[in-house]
Design a protein around this ligand. Structure first.
Ligand code: ATP
Ligand code: MG
Length: 355
């Protein structure tokens, strides 16, 4: 029997509730599809930070290295500034393991209503591919001058290698999905150097992929298009900043961040990829057992897909959708129901075993 060794980092707040709930579902999918999941748990969190001054031990990255994937809940807690959890855990993992693709499905699930009017389940169904390693999020720049004369410079870094590899990923991914259209997010009318370069590379990579059609929009009108006609997209590729914004707008138009998943991928599989829900640790509801586990379960389905367990991944999502439309089964309070994390996840597990 195939065995997948997974590093689980539940983290803080509701991460500690939704991750074990999701893992039970994934293990059931394993039973059904004849593979096992070997969980290695790492209790690294803002609690660890409060006790040791570090989010993870010095050899933390080395301890993660040999796993098939990393399954993360959420990190962050009131009193610990966001940059601590970000720079102390998330970013080092993304960097060390060269997870240069951030992939997010934008799909309206049945039983969940979009804030946009008259959208049927499945009518919104596309993917955002965000560049996850360079671009606008750089530490290069600085502040100089005093008072009214202060000047701030923030540099963006676009490398040819970094740009080409994310564009290639987007085209390859569209081909794999058999959704042969890629949309590029640009702003070459405002950003004088970086975006004309991005457009140039997009055109070059598009020319290497003649079976795939393309278009490009400036980020401002693209954001408006996400709201006005989200049905038109298949795969949308953007730089780190534009991709970041679009990949939260996506969950916004499909109802709630609580159900949205994400993958931080090292497509070459030289290092482990990391799968985590879009939501954070939600301290306002942590400890009550009412968090919606769908974002974590869906992230788990993406992880199974990445591990080559496509059938199991599809079963997990089929089970989630079946529970969402079953009038006998309650949803969690964020979706207007009265269920708990454990009861909802167990209903998904039971459905899955019945499929
Ligand atoms: P962090 O600092 O870890 O990002 P946060 O509170 O800033 O945490 P989120 O955790 O994403 O941000 O929460 C934003 C809002 O969405 C909160 O009101 C939270 O309760 C709600 N929320 C987030 N995830 C879930 C979930 N899985 N189920 C129910 N509600 C959720
Ligand atoms: Mg937050």
């Amino acid at each position: 029997m195939k065995r997948h060794v997974i590093a689980c980092i539940p983290g803080d707040g509701i991460g500690k509730e939704v991750l074990p709930a999701a893992m039970a579902v994934l293990k059931a999918a394993g039973e059904k599809c004849s593979f096992s999941i070997d969980v290695r748990q790492f209790d690294w969190s803002c609690e660890t930070y409060a006790q040791t001054g570090k989010m993870m031990p010095d050899d933390g990255l080395d301890r993660l290295r040999d796993h098939d994937a990393i399954f993360l809940g959420a990190v962050g807690f009131p009193g610990v500034p966001d940059h601590i959890s970000l720079w102390g855990l998330l970013l080092p993992i993304r960097r060390e393991f060269d997870q240069y693709v951030n992939l997010r499905p934008v799909r309206l699930l049945p039983g969940i209503s979009s804030p946009l009017r008259d959208k049927a389940p499945g009518s919104i169904d596309f993917w955002v591919v965000r560049e996850n390693s360079e671009g606008e999020y750089s530490q290069i720049g600085g502040r100089t001058g005093l008072g009214d004369d202060e000047i701030v410079v923030q540099q963006a870094i676009f490398t040819r290698r970094g740009t080409d590899r994310i564009l290639h990923y987007a085209f390859d991914f569209a081909r794999r999905l058999d959704r042969k259209h890629v949309t590029s997010a640009t702003k070459s009318n405002g950003l004088f150097h970086s975006m004309p370069f991005w457009d140039e590379r997009f055109a070059a990579v598009a020319a290497e992929n003649p079976d795939i059609t393309t278009d490009q929009y400036h980020i401002d009108i693209l954001a408006a298009q996400f709201v006005m006609s989200p049905e038109r997209f298949d795969v949308v590729v953007g730089s780190n900043l534009f991709g970041d914004i679009l990949s939260d707008l996506g969950p916004g138009i499909t109802g709630t961040i609580a159900v949205a998943p994400s993958a931080n991928l090292n497509p070459e599989r030289r290092y482990p990829s990391m799968f985590e829900p879009v939501h954070g640790s939600a301290p306002d509801i942590a400890g009550q057992g009412i968090a919606n586990p769908i974002g974590q379960i869906w992230s788990g389905a993406m992880m199974l897909e990445h591990l080559g367990e496509e059938e199991a991944a599809a079963l997990v999502m089929q089970a989630v959708e079946a529970v969402l439309v079953d009038p006998e089964l309650a949803k969690t309070p964020d979706l207007g129901g009265k269920s708990t994390t454990a009861v909802f996840a167990d209903a998904v597990r039971t459905k899955l075993l019945e499929l």
